[in-house]
Design a protein around this ligand. Sequence first.
Ligand code: AGP
Length: 612
Amino acid sequence: MCGIVGYVGPQQAAPVLVEGLTRLEYRGYDSAGVAVLNPRSSANPSRVVRAQGRVRDLEAALPARLAGTTGIGHTRWATHGEPSERNAHPHTSADGRVHVVHNGIIDNFATLRSRLADDGVELTSDTDTEVVAHLVARELATGLSLEDAVRTAVGQIVGTYALAVLDTQTPERIVVARNGSPLLLGVGDGEMFVASDPAAIVRHTSQVVLLDDGDFATVTADGFHSFTDGEERTARAAVTIDLTVEELELDGHEHFMHKEIHEQPESVERMLTGRLDDRFGTAKLAGLNLEPRDLRRFERVKVLGCGSAYYVGQLGASMIEDLARIPADAEPASEFRYRNPIIEPSTLYVVVSQSGETADTLFAVREVQRKGGTVVGLVNAVGSSIAREVDGGVYLHAGPEVAVASTKALTHMSIGFALLALTLGRVHDLSFADGRRIIAGLRAIPGQIAEILAGEEALAAAAKELSTAPSLFFVGRVRGYPVAREGAQKFKEITYRHAEAYPTSELKHGPLALISPELPSVAIIPDDDLVERNITAAQEIRARGGAVVAITHPGVELGDAATSRIEVPRNEVELDPILLTIPTQLLGYHAAVALGEDVDRPRNLAKSVTVE
Ligand code: AGP
């Protein structure tokens, strides 16, 4: 989704901004732009360059000399108004004095636009953001400082925003504001940065200041000062981020998605370090901030997440029911908040998110908290909004995930759920021996993922065949159903082929009518107590001419129920879905490669969905 970068310091701003925007490309966008201030030029105190398309298109549009040491840049993911140069940010006030970049959505933009139009302001874009530039300019014209002008302008806005604002008359500063969209400051040596995502500035500094909702800040080369609407100073201190430039490089892989799939054995090993407690057959999750006595009082678990995180949430809920024997279910966070949910004090709410910035999930956290519930998070991005707002949680430690289609973060989420389920289980009726059994299973996972990845060639061949089908099914039962849902999601996100998941048991209740030689199925057939039924269903697909790619365990006799077979090593039955998911990542990836699609940046999608 949209990205912001800003710079003020001794360097020329334009190259810093362009490099930052390149690092934000992974988030998904359709246009980009920069504004650079040059106080030395009285004729042109600022230059704005914008382009539809990629950051490289913006780079090509930049003049050879774009002098100036203060600037802001933006990648836009269209919400209001089509992707185009005129709708790209920065937006500029009618008098040319103010430049603004914005992430988020201004809900009352229509009212503000018509008020401005009534006052004779000529609006030059279809965006919600443009109103901010005009509002700030209007306040500046009354003699207010840039800080006060921004504060007064945002007082008229209803909605979410991360804003960075330039005034050509005070070119040594950027004023920023945050409400509901991530924003941070990077602290350099005699220079400062602004960013919506640390990736944009990681090459320059690892010292960042995470702003909170309601924060404003004035940023100059010497530092910053942050304040609130009530004008009090806020004491925001810099923290060190654990992110390196190397983690954001392809490191010999053709795509980030491929790199991230292959990182899993190592990243999972790292995630488990120090979290398995052999002495008590449980997990060590100090960040939950819940003692065994507190955990014991929960009679139910509700998992909330969006998209793939929701599917992993379903998997997690079944792990919790299996191991802790307390009712658990998952619900899309995007739906939860709008149905006026009943929040029970005896329910543990668990939100799950890679980015920690998904607006729907963040609002679900607030809904639970507003009604007095306890909510913990399984989050990957350290210091993200969700991580900071939940009552406790488990960091996933998957490292940065650049590809829009999530893979390793999802694996880490499912392992996070296994750790949580184990912890809950051990304060209920899960025996010490069973706890040790799950621990042994978890320890085996990194090596078993490596085994699956070693079979990539065969998976690539199966994916190539699947890629030619206009439509396909992913089917699985009980624990295998979320695996099928996630498999279908991954496939459709990056191949643009229609892929639909069904519980295998539901096929004969309708979807079987669609089976034909043109519609292959990927069937999840673990060696569990449903194996015979799953094989029968696969045979029913075969009998109607449909091809079946079975993801199964060694030793399962499929006979002619499958046209091709992909094996994953057996683990404990509760943990098997974690491994069964891995081949579906490679199926989606290789099908997209075979189709020549832009694997890491699928059309219309964004890495972190920061608008509702
Ligand atoms: C995954 O491949 C998707 N891009 C998407 O469904 C994602 O999982 C969802 O938007 C939730 O994101 P989050 O984990 O950052 O909250």
